[in-house]
Design a protein around this ligand. Sequence first.
Ligand code: ZN
Length: 202
Amino acid sequence: MEEPAIYTPPLARLIEQFQRLPGIGPKTAQRLALYVIKRPEKDVEAFAQALLNAKKQVGVCQKCFHLSATSVCDICRNPQREPDVICVVADSRDVIALEKTREYRGKYHVLGGVISPMDGIGPEQLTIQALVQRVSAEKTKEVILAINPSVEGETTTLYLAQLLRPFTKVTRIAFGLPMGGDLEYADEVTLARALEGRRELD
Ligand code: ZN
């Protein structure tokens, strides 16, 4: 005999959607779904609309590949930012982490991942060609590599250093982080120090 369903179907579907989100287990998914059901309809509508709008409107900057709702992002367009220093990161999350330090005044380049042969990700799957073009066209004075110190991160850092050294000075941030440490989870002071203590790659 089939067991009776615990949740009425629309509720079950909502719980299932929440459970697909990173870091959300079954209990939290249930709590969020029940919370949504109790909200006024206009609040739920605003929430659903925000989800859809963010998905539809946020793309990437055509220069640096950071998340942006405009074709060129605010950082690239900002005349107060140093145009000839580019900080290279794996992901937009890292741009956000570095921006929170309020120490960095240059531009960025988001790779869209790291080189990982095991996952079938080679240089051509990342925005590396666009980076090389940028560095050679914009007369970049310095490229700062700020990539998480994992095995793949190291491979990517060394690959980029070799590729970019003919065009510009290449430095890497001084991680006080352990191997496998994550830029995103470093506190702002640690990150600011890592940036300040960057050294040239040889
Ligand atoms: Zn940009």
